[in-house]
Ligand binder design. Sequence first.
Ligand code: ZN
Length: 295
Amino acid sequence: MLTRRSLIIGAASAGIFGANFAVGRNASASDSSNTPQGGLISTYKLGPVTLHCYMAPSASAVVTTQIIETPNQLHVIDTQFIQGLAMEARAYIDSLGKPVAGVYLSHWHPDHLLGAYQFADLPFITTADVRADCVKYKETFVKRKSQFGDTSPLVLPAGTLSTGEQDWDGFQVLVSQINDCESEHTLTFHLPEIGLMIVQDLMFNNAHAFPLGSHSNWINKLREIRETEGLKLLGCGHGLPATSGAITDSIAYLEFQKAVFGNQKDAESATSALMAEFPKFEGQSSLRFVENLYK
Ligand SMILES: [Zn+2]
């Protein structure tokens, strides 16, 4: 098992704050280190609560696992795409030395779910709707796992999570399900007392968004979220945690993407237009889905 010490490599010597990570609206981390597998762990202190973000390398679409640490507990959101990265995220979580009260799945997409096998001993839950999405798309998971040569058992979450107000170790948490944006159902986790919201794939920070779902509805939902009072830190599904100003950037990105799909004649020219407008963005592999829009 990896220890925390073995996971942490000095951020300065690893040069993680290269051009791609310096742009945009990244929140300032109190600590940040890269990992042996090319992941990046960054931590953000919000009074008594700490957000730890495990972010996969670019080859795994900078997908995140968010860890919310309260004085006595950990709550984990999303489980990575690749078993090795999920294992590394799990080792880091264990190194924090606090019980994991829950592991939550924000939406059904494989890049957030397939690593769940590494968390199979913990309570793994989502809403009934997200669970139903997982069951509906089971074949997609099986296909992806075989592409990776991943022979671990597929682990799906229980559908027992309720939306609405919850209490995590004395902190108010508002769990919401937002429908028909990047995926059919996406969960957000808002801790209003400390100004933290985990929005996962409603926002891609300095990274290309999957061109999926309803752009108009997605943009409208982000406009609603932008009105939330007191937001200081946003946990995004891809890319580093962001400041609230990143919501405006995400809306602008989605509006540009929507316009490109309206005015470019094929997938190749649409992809080139997006890469030309956002040359420093991570997650270029997410744009392979552009092809589906032109079939
Ligand atoms: Zn995703």
